[in-house]
Design a protein around this ligand. Structure first.
Ligand code: TYM
Length: 332
């Protein structure tokens, strides 16, 4: 049996990067002999100031999107991080098994603070990877399906687990971060050197909620490389290679086959048809999302079931860890 664990933040709009790099794969990993736990990382969200009303709404948006993407609550535990106290408890413990030096090396933190002074940053932003390590270690995860940007955090998670195990005996499984071959790093439509992200300009990303005409327009305006051939070459043709990866992710076709389909065509036709493909798929998903999102009571039922399962596993781990550390522990 393999245990799969992963999470997603309820901040801003979800993009096709989140979908192709993570959520779509989560549903695909619900196969026999896998046990999966997927959660809304709302404690991570508050490392940047959030509007409380929006945060609550987005938390349930994410639950509805997970179901829309095919995550099945009968096969996976879907839960909300803030509803499982063990996540906060283990985070404090693990904070004492990581150094300031290690956290300072995290590229996501460095990127975030590069625009302003380090001293003015919230400590939570610095601690972010520790909370994330706990999310995974609590459940003895074997695999953590993520986009490429989270891999460094998972390497740190392994180091933290290893350090604890060396001092207190085997306690945590060292998890492996896994990425998909072609969609682990969906890039901006405006700059293929930077990751597609909801925090960049609107025309650089496709939101899962974008309307069809907007999607088609954004793909038409996506930057391309100098020659006019639809050929995959990450180094020399990063923009078209990114679009090919997106095409492959949404169509299920291999990049080789797509190249063949467009062998004698220029960028124009390819970009138009890519826009139509993505718009068509997302339109169907948006309809499903709206239906699911309307019934918040049902979403809460899904979460309560997931919470119960997650809580059981997580509490056992916290109790084991506290005991090993000599911390008096009792869950009322
Ligand atoms: P978050 O919310 O930023 O993103 C959720 C998932 O989407 C992936 N992703 C992408 N993949 C490919 N191309 C892109 N352009 C792209 N943008 C985002 C992310 O890599 C991620 O897998 N720290 C995590 C949330 C988290 C977590 C965890 C994940 C909290 N605890 C424990 C795994 C295990 C995050 O910020 O993801």
């Amino acid at each position: 049996m393999k245990r799969i664990v992963s999470g997603i933040k309820p901040t801003g709009e979800l993009t096709i990067g989140n979908y192709l790099g993570a959520m779509k794969r989560w549903a695909e990993m619900e196969v026999e002999n896998n046990e999966s736990l997927y959660f809304v990382a709302n404690l991570h969200a508050i490392t940047v100031r959030q509007d409380s009303f929006e945060l609550r709404k987005r938390t349930f948006d994410v639950v509805a999107w997970l179901l829309t993407c095919g995550v099945n609550p009968d096969k996976s535990l879907i839960f909300i991080q803030s509803m499982i106290p063990a996540h906060s408890e283990i985070c404090w413990v693990l904070t004492n098994f990581v150094t300031i030096g290690e956290l300072g090396k995290m590229t996501q933190f460095k990127d975030k603070v590069s625009k302003s002074s380090k001293d003015g940053q919230l400590a939570g932003l610095f601690e972010y990877p520790v909370l994330m390590a706990g999310d995974v270690l609590l459940y003895d995860a074997d695999e953590v399906p993520v986009g490429d940007d989270q891999i460094q955090h998972l390497e740190l998670t392994r180091n933290i687990a290893n350090r604890f195990n060396n001092l207190y005996g085997q306690t945590f499984k060292e998890p492996k971060g896994t990425i998909s071959k072609s969609t682990s790093r969906i890039m901006s439509l405006k700059n293929p050197d930077t990751k597609m992200s909801k925090s960049e300009t609107e025309d650089s990303y496709i939101a899962l909620q974008d309307k069809p005409d907007i999607i088609i327009k954004k793909f038409k305006r996506a930057v391309t490389d100098s020659d006019n051939t639809v050929k995959f070459d990450m180094e020399k043709k990063p923009a078209i290679s990114n679009l090919l990866n997106i095409y492959s992710g949404f169509s299920g076709k291999s990049v080789d086959d797509i190249e063949k389909d467009y062998m004698n065509e220029g960028y124009g036709k390819f970009k138009t048809e890519l826009g139509e493909l993505v718009a068509g798929k997302l339109e169907i998903m948006q309809k499903k999302f709206s239906e699911l999102r309307e019934d918040e009571e049902q979403l809460m039922k899904v979460v309560l079931k997931g919470n119960a399962g997650a809580n059981d596993i997580a509490n056992k781990k916290v109790s084991e860890v506290f005991e090993k550390l000599g911390l008096v522990y009792h869950r009322y």
